[in-house]
Design a protein around this ligand. Structure first.
Ligand SMILES: Cc1ncc(COP(=O)(O)O)c(C=O)c1O
Length: 320
């Protein structure tokens, strides 16, 4: 059912599957409603885990196939994706260059600290827009010094990175019956593109709701559709396979902007820690959980439904 995606080369950074657990105490604390499950990608046993490790399995395999000796990527100073990229490079004996928009921290914390520990070279640029040019410059520098760069776009949200989440749907369906709904954090779109495509390929009716950490629903939906188009080619299926697939991005929980906490996201961090001993990050998963709590309390789901929160990790950000 998953077509050619199942045979994509993959670097086994950590064993799978990640656990699926009930969140009965959280359910009670928010007034009942549907059955609540959590898929624990925060517990992936490599470099503090998270959704970016799934993507990196496929992307790093492609980098190795290309003969690369240096991985180059970009993100914010506290990028989870950058931390995972730099960690993958360390594990594989490659170099890494991270282009971070922001200022060099005087005393690196959280992801920035881990980037330093695994030996990444970090180049700082003033804006998000400046990142792509600096990545190209870094690639040129690597080539000039006789090396082979491999540039990974923001969030590894390419069709190849997204394919990891189509495969993750297969992993999930071997663990539990298809949930009615999956709720997760969405930002550069690869995770959602993979989940939507994976559900379509598996022929399940699960609804995927991405809660935006940043962008408007309209622009992110368009990006996700474009990634899904690339995934069709990768999977060797006609693009119409996904034509009727629903892409839902809810942007009501962003608040003032990327990485800026809201009352609801702070509440989500506290409540989920106190009821389930699960740790959410302020930028992504706390806003996604704020969305889930709001949807449950607004009776968007029937009590006999099962809603799965896909925990995409990022908990390192709590220590920033
Ligand atoms: C912890 C966490 N959750 C969710 C996301 C969003 O995933 P994606 O970029 O694939 O939309 C990211 C990445 O930006 C992340 O670091």
């Amino acid at each position: 059912m998953i077509g050619a995606l199942a045979s994509l080369p993959s670097v086994p950074f950590a064993p799978d599957p990640t656990p699926v657990e009930e969140m009965t105490r959280l359910r009670a604390a928010i007034g009942g409603g549907p059955r609540l499950l959590v898929k624990r990608d925060d517990a992936i046993a490599f470099a503090f885990g998270g959704n970016k490790v799934r993507k990196m399995r496929l992307v790093a395999a492609d980098a190795l196939r290309s003969g690369a000796d240096t991985l180059i990527t970009c993100g914010g100073v506290q990028s989870n994706h950058a931390r995972v990229t730099a960690s993958a490079a360390a594990k594989l004996g490659l170099r890494s260059v991270l282009v971070a928009n922001g200022v060099a921290p005087e005393r690196p914390t959280a992801n920035a600290l881990l980037d330093r520990l695994v030996g990444a070279e970090v180049r700082y640029v003033p804006t998000r827009e400046a990142r792509a040019i600096e990545m190209e410059r870094a690639a040129t520098d690597v080539r000039r010094s006789g090396g082979r760069p491999y540039v990974i776009p923001l969030g590894a949200s390419t069709p190849l990175g997204a394919a990891a989440f189509a495969l993750a749907v297969v992993e999930l369906l071997a663990q539990i019956d298809p949930p009615d709904v999956i709720v997760h954090s969405t930002s550069s779109g690869g995770t959602q593109a993979g989940l939507v495509a994976g559900c379509a390929l598996a022929g399940v009716k699960t609804r995927v709701i991405g809660i935006s950490a940043d962008e408007s629903s309209a622009s992110l939906t368009a990006e996700i559709r474009a990634i899904i188009g690339g995934l069709a080619a990768l999977a060797g299926v006609p693009p119409e396979t996904f034509a009727s697939a629903d892409v839902t991005v809810d942007d009501r929980f962003v608040g003032e902007g990327y990485g800026i906490p809201t009352d609801a996201s702070r509440h989500a961090i506290d409540l989920v820690a106190r009821t389930e001993a699960l740790f959410l990050d302020p930028t992504y998963t706390a806003k996604a959980m704020a969305g889930l709590i709001d949807l449950v309390q607004a009776r968007a789901f029937a009590p006999d439904q099962t809603v799965l929160f896909w925990h995409t990790g990022g908990q390192v950000g709590l220590f920033a």
